[in-house]
Write a protein that binds this ligand. Structure first.
Ligand SMILES: [Zn+2]
Length: 272
């Protein structure tokens, strides 16, 4: 009986060893080939562009109710908010993104971004980047102050530059162009401890000279107000976005602009 038991134990042990070695061989094969053979996966990413989130009746001002409806829609549709770093890692190295990535951006740094948009985005687990006009921070009560910006940064939000004074960069001298780019970047570093990597062109105005100066100032990418998704064919200093406007049917237009962007691109109706 004892002999039978030890035979059984031996056979069991042998079976386990065979299984284990099969697993090891299998997993190393997957790892080895997976690393080598996984093709780079470049993904087109919709980048939403908001300005104000308040009840002020203006095309650039989405009401908090409309904003919440839009965030709820994104959550329900399975979107994951990504950071510009994730976008650039996909863009430059093909690093994989979540299945339905979306980048949420705000221009100008209005106080309502902190008061209204921030709690709603937190509720849905979304993050985003806000491009601030540094001369107005802590100076104009309609805009956020550095404490509010720091609090949002501590909670996963990013801040980029939108110049010192929001001047259209195609209309200024070379010296002013450099100052608007470099000094706003330095001010953000002084207050937040890190240089901002990203920039948004005020009023969307840019040309080759402005793009070159933006790169030379140290930014790694810049956002425009040209309609479209950002993807492998995008210029990193000319990234397309999907502006979100208030209009009589804000939610329908929001959904249409978001979902039609890939189709319009395939038809060659947007971008270049
Ligand atoms: Zn702006």
């Amino acid at each position: 009986m004892n002999r039978f038991r030890s035979l059984l134990l031996g056979a069991g042990l042998f079976f386990c060893l065979v299984l284990l070695s099969l697993c090891l061989v299998g997993s190393s094969a997957i790892t080895a080939t997976g690393r080598k053979k996984t093709p780079h996966t470049f993904t087109d990413v919709p980048i939403l562009n908001y300005h104000k989130v308040d009840d002020y009746v203006h095309p650039l001002s989405v009401s908090p109710e409309q904003f919440e409806q839009q965030m709820a829609y994104l959550a329900q549709e399975g979107y994951t908010a990504i950071t510009p770093d994730q976008l650039m890692e996909n863009f430059n190295y093909g690093r994989r993104l979540p299945t339905k990535p979306i980048l949420i951006t705000f221009d100008d740094g209005y106080l309502d971004n902190y008061v209204n948009a921030y709690p709603i985005m937190k509720k849905y687990g979304f993050t985003g980047i806000i491009f601030i006009i540094t001369d107005l921070v802590s100076q104009d009560s309609r805009y956020m102050n550095w404490e509010q910006i720091q609090e949002m940064k501590n909670n996963g939000f990013l801040f980029g530059s939108h110049t010192l004074s929001h001047v259209p960069l195609t209309k200024v001298s070379d010296e002013r162009l450099r100052r608007e780019l470099v000094e706003s970047r330095q001010l953000i570093k002084n207050h937040l401890g890190q240089y901002p990597k990203y920039f948004a062109y005020p009023t969307g105005a840019y040309n080759r000279k402005v793009q070159k100066a933006t790169r030379e100032a140290g930014y790694v990418a810049a956002f425009t107000i040209r309609y479209g998704q950002a993807g492998i064919n995008s210029d990193p200093y000319g990234l397309e976005r999907i502006p979100v406007f208030r209009c009589p049917s804000t939610q329908q237009v929001f959904e249409a602009r978001l979902t039609r962007a890939p189709l319009l691109e395939r038809l060659g109706l947007v971008k270049h």
